[in-house]
Design a protein around this ligand. Structure first.
Ligand code: SF4
Ligand code: SF4
Ligand code: FES
Length: 533
């Protein structure tokens, strides 16, 4: 592989790589504002300037400049090397590049930084970006001195509503155009552009339009400063109080990798952020997914219910065991949920087959929705493929088959995972099931119609494995503690099995995981009967 030298290090690169991309790949951060690995190159901020040594035998490209001579008290002519933007300069074999080790580069970065802050309001205490702002970080790293301009800064529009999700502050904007490129290149909706020039320039929304495409929150996410803020997150939290868990978005079958940011003091989730995975979501998430964190705290089932009345979790488990005792195995079915993790589903499958002797296995989940050719999948469940892997070599029966089995009277006792059903019109059928026990995270058709509801923890309250539409198995970390009386559904299953006099061998997430990792739960848990549909 060809290499170039960056300061004292040999950097391998692929043909066509720019200096900054090759450095980024090996974990070296060349300071930058406008460059983003997922967007085209704009090369407008000049923060990434580097010094490139001329090829052997060739003269260096020099510029005539005037430099301030403090002793003489005047400007004097000087020569300095022409610096090049690392985000635009294509790497070549044997190239010698200076970044940290060049005095010219250090001075240039300090000057760029001072220029960017000349008209900036420096209102960090009330800025949502504070704590994760490149202007703050780079000031300390590359400028670290007061600005010398004494004039009143240029004032520009503030708190401009760009659309339902985004607010813009032109005084904080460094016009890097990342947001413009996200709209044009990722969302394929060139709704943003730059107006004016010099220190009067600003970002504007196309006349008659709003910033309202399906990836509008990615404009805020890529903004390296506090110019774009998300309506959803504004003034709600200080980022230094938040902690992050490495999670998987459960908004659809794409399974975008995310960070779940939560406050450990209040055990409250405040936002999702994309987590880079080039094989799945690259650098991005859609707006639906970004805002899906709100479901963690909304409309939850946080206690047990028997006959629609609230009760303790333990009382609900006791009642569920009572209803299941003596049930005819031929009339029992389990309803797996594509909303839930492999751990939860594997546990329920085990309960159905090993404890209840049921052979009927069906699947439920959320109804299909809108998709696109960027990230959004029409399947709004995170683990549809996982259910098929668990039940292989068979397949879970569809929800339509489940409805038919209930209507025919063949299925009369059901243990169901999840809250939603894919066919909203079929909700009335659920009410006709003599014994319906639901392990639910949220209020929904299943929890509303169930005789007994056990409170299940959401995806943010437990480690879990989800298999996306491409068959990629991905682990999601627990962020917050289980809310209310809820417990991970696989633990509720274990409690229910114990109440039925048959304790499972697994006690921890890893134990459950080992039942389906590398094989499928059917084989690992030695089912007592085949799959029906
Ligand atoms: S709003 Fe942010 S992302 Fe857009 S140009 Fe300004 S600084 Fe860059
Ligand atoms: S595309 Fe799907 S998985 Fe990705 S962020 Fe959107 S809803 Fe979540
Ligand atoms: S990162 Fe902005 S010019 Fe290179």
């Amino acid at each position: 592989m060809p290499t170039f030298k960056l300061d004292d290090r040999e950097i391998p690169f692929e043909p066509g790589d720019t200096i900054i991309r090759a450095a980024h790949r090996v974990g070296i951060d060349i300071p930058h504002y406008c460059w983003h690995p997922g967007l085209s190159v704009a090369a407008n901020c000049r923060m990434c300037l580097v010094e490139v040594e001329p090829p052997p035998g060739r003269p260096a490209l020099m510029l005539d400049v005037l430099a301030w001579d403090a002793e003489r008290g005047e400007y004097v002519p000087q020569k300095k090397p022409k610096l090049q933007p690392a985000c635009q300069l294509t790497a070549a074999d044997g190239m010698v590049v200076k970044s940290q080790t060049s005095e010219h580069v250090k001075r240039a970065r300090s000057a760029v930084q001072e220029l960017l802050l000349l008209n900036h309001p420096v209102d960090c205490p009330i800025c949502d970006q504070a704590g994760e702002c490149r202007l703050q970080d780079y000031w300390l790293e590359h400028q670290a001195h007061k600005k010398r301009m004494r004039d009143e800064p240029v004032h520009k529009p503030k708190a401009v509503v760009f659309g339902p999700t985004i607010v813009y502050d032109a005084e904080r904007c460094i016009v890097c155009t990342r947001c413009v490129r996200v709209s044009a290149e990722l969302a394929k909706d060139p709704v943003l552009s730059v107006r004016e020039r010099g220190n009067l320039n600003e970002i504007v929304v196309a006349p008659g339009r709003q910033l309202d495409h399906k990836y509008s929150l990615m404009t805020e996410y890529v903004c390296p400063v506090g110019a774009l803020t998300a309506v959803d997150f504004r003034f709600k939290a200080r980022v230094w109080f938040l902690r992050s868990a490495r999670t998987i978005c459960v908004g659809c079958a794409t399974g975008c990798n995310s960070f779940t940011d939560f406050d450990p003091r209040s055990q409250k989730v405040f936002r999702y952020r994309p987590r880079e995975n080039l094989a799945v979501n690259k650098y991005w998430m859609c707006d639906d997914g970004m805002l899906d964190y709100r479901r963690i705290h909304e409309n939850r089932v946080l206690e047990g219910r028997v006959g629609g009345e609230p009760t303790s979790r333990d009382a609900a488990i006791t009642k569920a065991a009572e209803l299941l005792t003596g049930a005819d195995p031929d009339s029992v079915a389990v309803l797996l949920s594509a909303e839930h993790s492999q751990e939860d589903n594997a546990a329920l499958l085990w309960l159905g087959r090993e404890v209840l002797g049921a052979s009927a296995v069906y699947a439920t989940g959320r109804p299909e929705g809108e998709g696109d050719d960027v990230l959004r999948h029409v399947d709004k469940n995170p683990n549809q493929v996982g259910l098929f892997e668990l039940v292989a070599p068979g397949a879970p029966g569809s929800f339509t088959d489940f409805v038919k089995a209930v209507q025919s009277g063949r299925v009369r006792t059901v243990v169901a995972l999840g809250s939603q059903i894919p066919e909203p019109d079929a909700e009335a059928v659920l009410a006709s099931i003599p014994v319906l026990i639901a392990l639910s995270t949220h209020v929904g058709p299943l929890s509303t119609r169930a005789k007994v509801v056990l409170p299940a923890s959401s995806w943010a309250e437990a480690d879990g494995t989800f298999v996306n539409a491409k068959g990629l198995s991905q682990e999601s970390e627990q962020a917050i503690r289980p809310q209310g009386e809820s417990r991970p559904a696989w633990r509720l299953v274990a409690d229910l099995a114990r109440a039925l006099g048959q304790a499972p061998t697994w006690k921890r997430t890893d134990d459950v995981r080992s039942t389906f990792n590398g094989s499928n739960a059917s084989a690992a848990m030695a089912p007592s009967a085949g799959v029906s549909g």
